[in-house]
Design a protein around this ligand. Structure first.
Ligand SMILES: Nc1ncnc2c1ncn2[C@@H]1O[C@H](COP(=O)(O)OP(=O)(O)OP(=O)(O)O)[C@@H](O)[C@H]1O
Ligand SMILES: [Mg+2]
Length: 466
C-alpha cells in the first residue's frame, strides 16, 4: 500500500482524511511542521497533503512554505498537495511556483481530493519510471569516461574507441570547439592498458613558440640563458601513459619535424643534450582546424599528418546529434540541480523547442554552460527560454510575465505543460496521451484546441497523431 503523509494542525481534518483515505492508502499523520518533516524523512511518502497555515503561525503561510521547501529539498520528486484556507489563494500560487504539485481549498471534499491524490501518485510513478529508463539509457550509452550520446555517429565513435584502446596506434580527433575531443582522448586512455599511467595534455596553441621545444623535450642545465637546471620535458612525463597534443594544427613547422622524429624513433633528446632518452607513450592528437587545408597551404607537414592520423575520430557538431541534445540537456539539468541544491526539474515546452532548434556553435560546452547558468539563475521549477539566454528571434511561444500571474493563467500554464509533456512522451499519439492523463479522448481534444496545439507551429512541433 502506498503511504500518504497528512500534515495539518486541525485534528478534525486529520481524522476525516485518515478515515476517508485509510482504506486505499497507509496514512501517516502529523500535527505540525517538525513532526511532518520527521515523518517525511523517515517514511519517504511520494504524496503529501500539507496545510499551508501551520502552528505557531496558523494565520500565515510562513510555516507551510518552510515545510514545503524543506520537503522538496529532501526529495524534489515528492508530490505535495497544499491545503489552503479561503484567504490564501495567492500564497497557494506561490507554493506551486516553489514546486508544490497542486493545492486544494478547505474544507476538503473527499471524493475530489481522492482524484487529485490518484493523479499525483500516477504522475509520481510515471516520473520514477522515466528516471529509471533514463538511468539505464545513460548506462547503456556511456562508455568509459562519461561520454553521453546515443546517436548513430556517437555509436561509431564508441566503437572506434573500443577498437583502438587495446593498441598504441596514434589517433587524431577532429571536431569543432566543445565537441568533446579531450573527453574522447581521456576515454581512450581509460579504456586502454595504459589507464593507470599518466595522461599528459599539451596545448600546442597556447605555448609561445620559443618555449615549445623545451616544453616538449626538456633542456639541460646551461642549454640557454636562464636554463639554471636540467628540466624534464612533457613528453618524458608521458612515459608509460598517453600524450595528448591538443590543437596540433598550431604546431610550428620546425617542431613538427622534431615531433615526427620522436614518433618514428621513440626517443627524445633534451635541448642542449646528447643522450637519447627512450619514451614509451601513446600519442593522441586533436584539432579543430582542417588539417588537409593546412597541408595545402604549406602550414602542416604531410608526413606528420600520415603518422598521427592513422586512425581519425571525427566528432559531429552537437546540432547534428538529434535527440542527444535533450539527453545531454537533462543530464546537465540533474547534475547542476544537485550541485547547486536547486529545485529546477524540467524544461518548459518552449525551452525544449529552443534546445532543439538552436545552432549550438559552441557545441556541448556551450550547452553545459547555458544550462548551468539557467539552473543557478532560475527561481522556478522549470527552465524557460529566457533562462537559456534565448533571444526573441527564435520561434518560441510568448512567455507569460511570471511574477504577476492570475490563478487562471497559472492553472492554464500547468495544464498546458502536463499535456505537452504527455504528448511528447507518447510521441504525439493522442489516444495514448489521453490514457496517460486519465481523461477521455474528446476531452483531450478540447484541451488541445483550447491551448492551440492545432495551430501550425505547435502541431508541427509535437506531430500529433490519432
Ligand atoms: N558527449 C559528451 N557527453 C558529456 N559531456 C560532454 C560530451 N562532449 C563534451 N562534453 C563536455 O563538454 C565540455 C567540453 O568538452 P571538451 O573539452 O572535451 O571539448 P573539446 O572538443 O576539447 O573543446 P575545445 O575545442 O574547445 O578544446 C566538457 O565539459 C566535457 O565534459
Ligand atoms: Mg579541448
Amino acid at each position: 500500500m502506498e503511504n500518504i503523509l497528512i500534515v495539518d494542525d486541525n485534528p478534525d481534518i486529520r481524522q476525516q482524511l485518515k478515515w476517508g483515505l485509510g482504506e486505499e492508502y497507509e496514512i501517516l499523520l502529523a500535527g505540525d511542521a517538525s513532526q511532518g518533516l520527521a515523518a517525511f524523512k523517515k517514511h519517504q511518502p511520494n504524496v503529501v497533503i500539507l496545510d499551508l497555515g501551520l502552528p505557531p503561525h496558523e494565520d500565515s503561510s510562513v510555516e507551510g512554505f518552510r515545510c514545503l521547501a524543506e520537503m522538496l529539498d529532501h526529495n524534489p520528486n515528492a508530490k505535495i498537495i497544499m491545503l489552503t484556507g479561503n484567504s490564501e489563494r495567492e500564497n497557494a500560487l506561490q507554493a506551486i511556483q516553489m514546486g508544490a504539485y497542486d493545492f486544494y481549498p478547505k474544507p476538503p471534499v473527499l471524493s475530489e481530493l481522492k482524484v487529485i491524490i490518484g493523479r499525483a501518485l500516477h504522475l509520481s510513478n510515471i516520473e520514477e519510471q522515466n528516471r529509471a529508463l533514463q538511468r539505464s539509457l545513460e548506462q547503456k550509452t556511456t562508455v568509459a569516461g562519461g561520454i553521453i550520446g546515443q546517436c548513430a555517429e556517437m555509436q561509431m565513435v564508441y566503437a572506434t574507441i573500443r577498437k583502438v584502446a587495446s593498441s598504441d596506434v596514434p589517433v587524431l580527433i577532429t571536431g569543432g570547439s566543445g565537441t568533446g575531443k579531450e573527453l574522447v582522448a581521456r576515454a581512450i586512455q581509460e579504456a586502454s592498458l595504459r589507464k593507470n599511467g599518466p595522461f599528459i595534455p599539451i596545448n600546442c596553441g597556447a605555448i609561445p613558440e620559443n618555449l615549445l621545444e623545451s616544453e616538449f623535450f626538456g633542456h639541460e642545465k646551461g642549454a640557454f640563458t636562464g636554463a639554471h637546471a636540467t628540466v624534464q620535458g612533457k613528453l618524458q612525463y608521458a612515459h608509460k601513459g598517453t600524450l595528448f597534443l591538443d590543437e596540433i594544427g598550431e604546431l610550428p613547422v620546425n617542431l613538427q619535424v622534431k615531433l615526427l622524429r620522436f614518433l618514428q624513433e621513440g626517443t627524445i633528446q633534451r635541448v642542449g643534450g646528447r643522450e637519447d632518452i627512450r619514451v614509451d607513450t601513446r600519442t593522441i592528437c586533436a584539432t579543430n582546424v582542417d588539417i588537409a587545408k593546412a597541408i595545402n597551404e604549406g602550414k602542416f607537414r604531410e608526413d606528420l599528418y600520415y603518422r598521427i592520423g592513422v586512425i581519425t575520430i571525427a566528432l559531429p557538431p552537437l546540432r547534428e546529434r538529434g535527440d542527444d541534445i535533450l539527453l545531454l540537456a537533462h543530464y546537465y539539468l540533474r547534475l547542476f540541480n544537485d550541485e547547486h541544491k536547486k529545485r529546477v526539474r524540467r524544461f518548459g515546452a518552449a525551452a525544449i523547442n529552443f534546445l532543439k532548434s538552436y545552432e549550438w556553435p559552441g557545441n556541448v560546452r556551450e550547452l553545459r554552460n547555458r544550462i548551468q547558468r539557467a539552473v543557478i539563475m532560475s527561481d522556478f521549477t522549470s527552465i524557460e527560454p529566457a533562462d537559456l539566454g534565448c533571444s526573441s528571434h527564435l520561434p518560441v511561444q510568448p512567455e507569460e510575465p511570471r511574477d504577476v500571474m492570475s490563478l487562471r493563467d497559472a492553472r492554464d500554464k500547468a495544464e498546458r505543460e502536463v499535456i505537452s509533456a504527455a504528448i511528447e512522451r507518447q510521441q504525439g499519439n493522442i489516444m495514448k496521451a489521453a490514457e496517460e492523463l486519465e481523461i477521455s479522448r474528446p476531452t483531450l481534444y478540447d484541451l488541445l484546441k483550447k491551448h492551440n496545439f492545432f495551430d501550425g507551429s505547435r502541431k508541427g512541433d509535437v506531430g500529433l497523431s490519432e
